[in-house]
Ligand binder design. Structure first.
Ligand SMILES: *Cc1c(COP(=O)(O)O)cnc(C)c1O
Length: 475
């Protein structure tokens, strides 16, 4: 399997060659040359597999440059009931991403049972093991530099802690995250994890990361890398739970299902799109946004109109507060018949801060083949949906999953199970749960009182040179 760029000007690469990098050299995103097709026989065989074995079968189609025996070990070490132990609602941890039945034909799928209680752990834990393996083989090392306002940074730290040849330098806005989020990150005592609290906002932290990454000489000399959401391995790892969800919600491979996906950077639902392209019987992919509705607008109108940071609202489902969906280019590549010249033209506009409109093109007529529909949710919708799920189903939802359920209920199909992907646990969003239900969400026992653990963090002014110096002294 080789990987090509959505903008067409980069030489095809193997999986391990694109694993540690970010964008393709032409500014595009990597995608497989073609999607593996899963026939009926293979689907029948897969229905009986454990999550780890299923993950191996799927990933082996995309990762052809790691020996099968090694890949099997890496995957088996990642997808264990110990790593994904935080099940709720009677879910079976051995299934890794179990379903919770809300009513006949309506489920949530728990993707948030990993160490940080959010779905980022599904892919990031695998990424940690893949990075370590490839760096060991190549006798190389990497220094991951990132900025986070919560979920991604903690998922990256929990995935990379204790890994050989990997150091993580994570910038976060000082005092802007919840006490729980701070404790999750700053209580890690591993020698290869460095928390830097910047006295500023998230944007200040992100600007520092950009400035360091734009310094090509520094970047090469100090082997600076990233683990952002455009990383292909993260998308690939997420394909697995769509298959697992399908098998758990159906009795035979003659049936179809629908998925509803709380979306921000389009990474999660991009994996669903690829599962569908591989032949998984998906009748509908329901994309849910919050008030930041750039993706909902596209799927309703054909207009993609990225917003500026100033036009992006801060909401109670903060991991979906995006202005520009970094993985969306992958879907558009497929929508325009995989023509890189078209993608290049469209993103020339996006990169200038302009919108594009596909509504009067031939490509728009193909949209129904891709099964996407969309909708949006507001703060009050979220509150009402959390109350509704608690009252009707006795299930406590987090704010992002509530956005998903709200939009899912608008798009159910008769006799087709709807699976709402649960992307985080309510314990991460205590304030909104209190507002909706007047109670505290239950926190997993092993995370009780983490706010009281000793913390390891340095506080720094938002100064690029100071961050560089800090890094140089520690790599
Ligand atoms: C990251 C995240 C999302 C959005 O996922 P994308 O892949 O960016 O679309 C939704 N919910 C939660 C809790 C997240 O952490």
């Amino acid at each position: 399997m080789r990987y090509i760029s959505t903008r067409g000007h980069a030489a095809p690469q193997s999986f391990c060659d694109i694993l540690l990098g970010g964008l393709a050299p032409d500014g595009g995103l990597y995608l497989p040359e073609s999607y593996p097709q899963i026939g009926r026989q293979e689907l029948d065989a897969w229905r009986k597999l454990s999550y780890a074995d299923l993950a191996y079968e799927i990933l082996a189609k995309f990762i052809t440059d790691i020996p099968a025996a090694d890949l099997k070990v890496l995957v088996a070490r990642t997808y264990t009931a110990q790593v994904y132990c935080h099940t709720r609602n009677g879910g079976n941890a051995a299934q890794i991403t179990p379903l919770t039945k809300l009513e006949d034909g309506l489920y949530t799928q728990e993707l948030s049972n990993g160490p940080t209680l959010a779905f980022k752990d599904m892919a990031m834990q695998l990424l940690g093991n893949l990075f370590e393996y490839v760096l060991d083989k190549r006798n190389e090392s990497i220094n991951i530099l990132g900025a986070t306002s919560g979920d991604t940074g903690s998922a990256a730290e929990y995935a990379m802690r204790g890994k050989h040849n990997v150091k993580v330098f994570m910038l976060s806005p000082d005092g802007k995250m919840s006490a729980f989020q701070r404790a999750q990150m700053y209580s890690l005592q591993d020698a290869n994890i460095f928390n830097i609290a910047v006295t500023g906002l998230f944007d200040d932290a992100q600007d520092i990361v950009k400035a360091v990454s734009n310094d090509a000489e520094f970047k090469a000399k100090y082997k600076i890398g990233a683990v952002n959401s455009i990383n292909w391995a993260r998308v690939a790892a997420q394909i697995v739970y769509y298959f697992q969800g399908y098998f758990l919600a159906t009795k035979s491979n003659d049936e179809q299902v629908a998925f509803a996906v709380p979306s921000g950077n389009f990474g999660n639902i991009c994996a669903g799109h690829i599962a569908h392209q591989m032949g998984l019987p998906i009748a509908r992919l329901v994309l849910a946004t919050n008030e930041n509705d750039v993706l909902d607008e596209f799927f309703r109108t054909g207009v993609y109109r990225p917003r500026t940071a100033a036009q992006t609202s801060i909401t109670s489902s903060p991991s979906m507060d995006i202005s520009k969906a970094s993985n969306f280019e992958r879907f558009v590549f497929d929508l325009v018949g995989r023509d890189p010249a078209v993608v290049k033209e469209l993103w020339a506009k996006v990169d200038k801060g302009e919108a594009f409109d596909l509504s009067s093109t031939v490509y728009w007529k193909n949209l129904p083949n891709f099964k996407f529909v969309s909708g949006k949710s507001s703060h009050i919708d979220r509150i009402n949906t959390i109350r509704f799920a608690q009252g009707r189903y006795n299930v406590m939802l987090d704010t992002h999953t509530a956005d998903g359920l709200k939009v899912a209920l608008e798009h159910r199909l008769p006799n087709i199970p709807m699976i709402v992907l649960e992307t985080a646990q309510p314990a991460k969003f205590e304030e909104t749960i209190r507002e909706a239900l007047g109670t505290e969400p239950v926190r997993p026992a092993d995370l009780a009182g983490i706010e009281n653990l000793p913390q390891r963090v340095v506080v720094m002014a938002p100064d690029v040179e100071a961050v560089k110096r800090y890094l140089v002294e520690r790599v």
